[in-house]
Design a protein around this ligand. Structure first.
Ligand code: C5P
Length: 218
């Protein structure tokens, strides 16, 4: 590892693939500062909707970025699948991606002094935000499995068959939009380790990731 580049883990993958859970475990294990980059796009999407704007319109999305410093990133409404859909619309606008890029790089390359490095999870961390890091992971899972996970997260035991169907449809549309947008599409970096979490436990996925990262660190 070059002395000038801090320890950065780039973790990408589609919605509800398990990357958030893995990111938190890796952050704890390696003592890293964690940035869930999806929350930035979610906050922008949320701000657009709340001001009755159109998440596909550049001017509305850019106005929403200005409100970011006053947005409560802990607001549970940001986590809903409907906010995810708005996020993926604003995320397809190149000016939005450019505006959020510097913040993400700044975070990645400037870990707080008490941290050994940083970990960012998103869609384009290994390909666009931090392509220099050798520690790249791409996490995926079958879309039906991902829909079931998101459904349980959002509705617990009280969800209906229809809620599950709606989430599945939303995820399919979101995957399609994220994968096919011209700028920074969801894509595995060539040198990223691919982990499919469909039939794996969190522990097994964590161990595979740690073994890949630790081997590269040697
Ligand atoms: O990861 P999460 O589901 O919270 O992301 C919400 C949306 O934000 C994604 O569907 C994607 O469109 C967008 N996003 C992105 N690039 C990132 C992180 C999220 O385009 N690095």
């Amino acid at each position: 590892m070059s002395l000038n580049i801090p320890f950065i883990i780039a973790l990408d993958g589609p919605a509800a693939s398990g990357k958030g859970t893995l990111a938190r475990k890796l952050a704890e294990y390696y003592n890293l500062a964690l940035l869930d980059t999806g929350i930035l796009y979610r906050a922008v999407g949320w701000n657009v909707i709340n001001s009755d704007g159109n998440p596909e319109k550049e001017t509305d999305a850019l106005k929403a970025i200005e409100k970011l410093p006053d947005t409560d990133l802990q607001n549970p409404a940001l986590r809903s699948e409907s906010t995810g859909a708005a996020a993926s619309k604003v995320a397809a606008i190149p000016a939005v991606r450019k505006a959020l890029r510097d913040f993400q790089r700044q975070f990645a390359y400037n870990p707080p002094e008490n941290k050994a490095g940083t970990i960012l999870d998103g869609r384009d961390i290994g390909t666009v935000i931090c392509p220099e890091t050798p520690y790249k992971l791409f996490i995926t899972a079958d879309v039906k499995t991902r829909a079931k996970r998101r459904f349980l997260e959002e509705f617990g035991e009280s969800g209906t068959e229809e809620d599950l169907e709606n989430i599945l449809e939303d995820l399919i549309v979101r995957d399609e939009r994220d994968t096919n947008r011209p700028m920074s599409p969801l894509k595995k970096a060539e040198d990223a380790l691919l982990i499919d979490t469909t039939n794996s436990s969190i522990e097994a996925v964590f161990e595979e990731a740690v073994s890949f990262i630790s081997n590269k660190k040697k």
